[in-house]
Write a protein that binds this ligand. Structure first.
Ligand SMILES: Nc1ncnc2c1ncn2[C@@H]1O[C@H](COP(=O)(O)OP(=O)(O)OP(=O)(O)O)[C@@H](O)[C@H]1O
Ligand SMILES: [Mg+2]
Length: 267
């Protein structure tokens, strides 16, 4: 029996660790025996590139699926070594924002596409672009089990989160009333600075117990892994970044009540 959970990773602020979290949380959920699908809905296609796929080689990914030109299943790529599946994105996706404008129920496109296939997977993680446009709204509406918000432990970390919360509330009132924040993930923590610790405190004050206990440290290995086209679970599992994403996966599984006996690492 698969779980069919769908989480959307969102923050309209750029470079906060959305894609890094999608790939590496996903890879460790895979290592813990979960069937994981990553959906790249960012025209930058970073999740696609981070997994070693040339976005310019993709002629049929998220874009074609979203505009209804292709069914989703044949477009999904599987990487048994990474223990991940991916619906890849390509630069063409930038056009979808405009092309979908004339489509009826355009905010529900992704949700409707995922609905019939979600039970093929335990976890579907949707990696959003850094904007609050139609693609992200599609991601929010499809987030059946809630949104994961990475927050970078830097100056002005909370800036923009008010706007994100307002967008989430807007989607809640007008499109999907069960939408909820599943958790806030603190990323790029630099233990050498007081500022980082202050930010952690501030974010915890603001979001309370919605913040995951696991904090993702700043880790050179995490920044390097994409250039090798590998998740950290393959590139440098022993690094602090690798261990942190492994801990985050464990924390999410425990919170989702996946019994401990199931979560033995498959390596
Ligand atoms: N914990 C970390 N330690 C060091 N570098 C990191 C860490 N997390 C992410 N990075 C690096 O920071 C940059 C931004 O991360 P990432 O692409 O995951 O952010 P994003 O929120 O997806 O960005 P965008 O908004 O452009 O989609 C990348 O170069 C990534 O490799
Ligand atoms: Mg990204």
């Amino acid at each position: 029996m698969t779980l069919g959970k769908i989480y959307t990773i969102v923050n309209q602020k750029g470079g906060v660790g959305k894609t890094t979290t999608a790939i590496n949380l996903g890879a460790y959920l895979g290592n813990f025996g979960q069937k994981v699908l990553i959906i790249d809905i960012d025209p930058q296609s970073n999740a696609t590139s981070c997994l070693g796929i040339n976005k310019h080689d993709i002629d049929s990914g998220t874009y074609n699926v979203l505009i209804g030109a292709q069914p989703i299943l044949p477009q999904i790529l599987h990487n048994p070594r990474f223990k991940l599946s991916l619906l890849p994105s390509s630069p063409a996706l930038a056009g979808a924002e405009i092309e979908l404008i004339d489509v009826q129920n355009r905010e529900y496109s992704l949700k409707n596409i995922l609905e019939p296939i979600k039970y093929r997977y335990d976890y579907i993680l949707i990696d959003c672009p850094p904007s609050l446009g139609l693609l992200t709204v599609n991601g929010l509406v499809a987030a059946i089990d809630g949104v994961l918000i990475p927050v970078q432990c830097e100056f002005l970390a909370l800036e923009g989160l008010g706007q994100l919360t307002r967008t989430i509330n807007l989607v809640k009132t007008s499109l999907y009333k069960e939408l909820e924040i599943r958790g806030v993930i603190l990323t790029m923590f630099d233990g050498r600075t007081n500022l980082a610790s202050d930010v952690v405190e501030e974010v915890r004050r603001y979001f309370g117990d919605q913040v995951f206990n696991t904090i993702i440290p700043r880790s050179i290995r995490l920044a390097e892994a994409p250039s090798y086209g590998q998740p950290i679970s393959i590139y440098a599992p022993e690094s602090t970044g690798g261990q942190a994403y492994k801990a985050l996966a464990k924390e999410l599984l425990a919170a989702d009540n996946i019994h401990k006996t199931i979560i033995q690492e498959v390596t």
